[in-house]
Design a protein around this ligand. Structure first.
Ligand SMILES: [Zn+2]
Length: 177
């Protein structure tokens, strides 16, 4: 008999893995993004550079592994890519961008700083709610399709939310495991 997944309480498909496949997926996909956005919000959502953001996210007590500068850059880029166009169109955007010019006489390109928009702050709450419910952070998978919550996954999600309600472990124990 396979042993139990500590996150959801159901069996693990692969004995040697720390979590079942569902909990592994949930703790991995979108997880760095969740931790990064939480860090930005909880530090007052000020305009910060990629380097400053990387340093801060690695101080987040909920993260387990090092989050690299390039990972932070990729997330921020995905959410700020169309910022300039959106601004021109006056439509809503997710990550706000600000260029800080170097002082006269200083070499180098302008530094770019980022912060979360109101819209993204709201979306972050939704991500957190999904996490608490035992669901994957992202509602959609990469190709835009909805993540299919099968009966099996629903059962596991419920297992997680019950364990969280009973305080059997901390909310972010099984993120990026
Ligand atoms: Zn599990």
């Amino acid at each position: 008999m396979a042993s139990t997944c500590p996150s959801c309480g159901f069996d693990k498909e692969i004995e040697t893995k720390p979590l079942c496949m569902y909990c592994y997926y949930r703790g991995t996909v979108g997880a760095a993004k969740l931790l990064l956005f939480q860090t930005m919000r909880d530090n007052g959502n000020k305009y910060l550079t990629i380097d400053e953001l990387t340093e801060l996210v690695n101080k987040n007590p909920n993260r387990k592994e090092q989050i690299t500068t390039s990972a932070v850059y990729k997330i921020i880029r995905r959410y700020s890519k169309y910022y300039d166009q959106a601004k021109r169109r006056r439509s809503s955007y997710l990550v706000l961008k600000k260029e800080i010019r170097r002082k006269k006489g200083q070499a180098g390109r302008p530094r770019i700083k980022y912060k979360l928009s109101m819209r993204l702050l709201k979306r972050l709450q939704y991500y957190e709610k999904r996490w608490k419910m035992g669901h994957p952070i992202n509602k959609r998978v990469k190709n835009g399709k909805k993540f299919r919550m099968t009966q099996e996954y629903k059962k596991r999600a419920q297992g997680i939310s019950i364990k969280l309600k009973k305080d059997e472990y901390d909310l972010y124990t099984y993120i990026l495991v």
